[in-house]
Design a protein around this ligand. Structure first.
Ligand SMILES: Nc1ncnc2c1ncn2[C@@H]1O[C@H](COP(=O)(O)OP(=O)(O)OP(=O)(O)O)[C@@H](O)[C@H]1O
Ligand SMILES: [Mg+2]
Length: 276
């Protein structure tokens, strides 16, 4: 069993895609990635510290994330997964190399444009939900757009809320929601601007298996039914088996790339990584 949801549609553009949306809101098109990719990195290097204490967290990563695909990233602790996500999402600056999101080269943007890009073209889901406790679920979901003073597309908001299964919880605050519900609010918040790509760093890391399944099912549906592009870090082979593709990172490099793997394939690849 590769994943418990429907097979991905082959149609392109994906259902729900808005023609021309990725590039036109974020500025000049500067497509250094492969055609059809929602996000790309070339020669990505990130070092921390200097001299003898230098850590090379990313050691030359080249990757393309195809649109309307769910990609999982796995790898040992310290292999650079979070660093990769942060550099791709413009939350951290690579030491060298380039990142292109929806046709825009992130490293060339001014701080102001980068902030705008992060609010409208990139969604990020953290392990710890990061919801604002004083706001309702609905207010949390629209917060990035409200801050950016960007309009909320109500039809899309309704679609995301329906897909995430939160219709009757919209006016609750985070403390009145379960962990799984809070993480689904965080996923809806990441999706509401209809970003080029959603990055999720261990989105189910704090959840029990039932809540994990809820969140993973939603992320997969957002790809299959809403045409989103999602990149998710996980340590859990079951979570990774929801993905169309699984990348393995070792010491800051991509060392394996599996298409539509089953849980067994993933366990085998992990076993192989441990033996190398
Ligand atoms: N701000 C920082 N300063 C110095 N070193 C850092 C910093 N952030 C990360 N590192 C180092 O970079 C390497 C990669 O870290 P990263 O957090 O990307 O790993 P990870 O694969 O996400 O690990 P985990 O599975 O534990 O979350 C590690 O050696 C880490 O110690
Ligand atoms: Mg990490």
């Amino acid at each position: 069993m590769a994943h418990p949801t429907s097979p991905r549609p082959s149609a392109s553009p994906p259902p729900g895609a808005r023609p021309g949306a990725p590039a036109d809101r974020a500025g000049a098109a500067d497509n250094a990635g492969a055609p059809g990719s929602a996000a790309s990195a070339r020669g990505l290097v990130k070092t921390y510290g200097q001299g003898e204490t230098t850590v090379r967290a990313l050691d030359g990563v080249d990757v393309d994330f195809r649109a309307a695909e769910l990609t999982a990233i796995m790898g040992p602790s310290g292999s650079g997964k979070s660093t990769l996500m942060h550099c791709l999402a413009g939350l951290d600056t690579p030491t060298s190399g380039s990142v292109v999101i929806g046709g825009t080269e992130v490293s060339r943007l001014s701080q102001r444009r980068l902030t705008a890009l992060r609010r409208t073209r990139i969604g990020f889901v953290f392990q710890s939900y990061n919801l604002v406790p004083t706001l309702t679920a609905a207010e949390n979901i629209t917060l990035p757009l409200d801050i950016a003073r960007a309009p909320v597309d109500r039809a899309w908001f309704d679609e995301v809320v329906a897909a995430v299964g939160l219709g009757d919880r919209l006016h609750h605050r985070p403390s009145e929601l379960s962990g799984g519900q809070q993480q689904r609010v965080a996923c809806a918040r990441a999706l509401v601007s209809r970003p080029s790509v959603v990055f999720a760093d261990e989105p189910t890391g704090n959840l029990d298996s039932r809540s994990s399944a809820e969140v993973l099912g939603f992320l997969r549906r957002s790809v299959d039914e809403l045409g989103q592009t999602v990149v998710m870090v996980t340590h859990d082979p079951r979570a990774a088996s929801y993905a169309h593709r699984v990348l393995f990172l070792t010491d800051g490099r991509i060392t394996a790339d599996l298409a539509a793997p089953t849980r067994r394939d993933i366990l085998d690849a992990l076993g192989q990584a441990e033996e190398d």
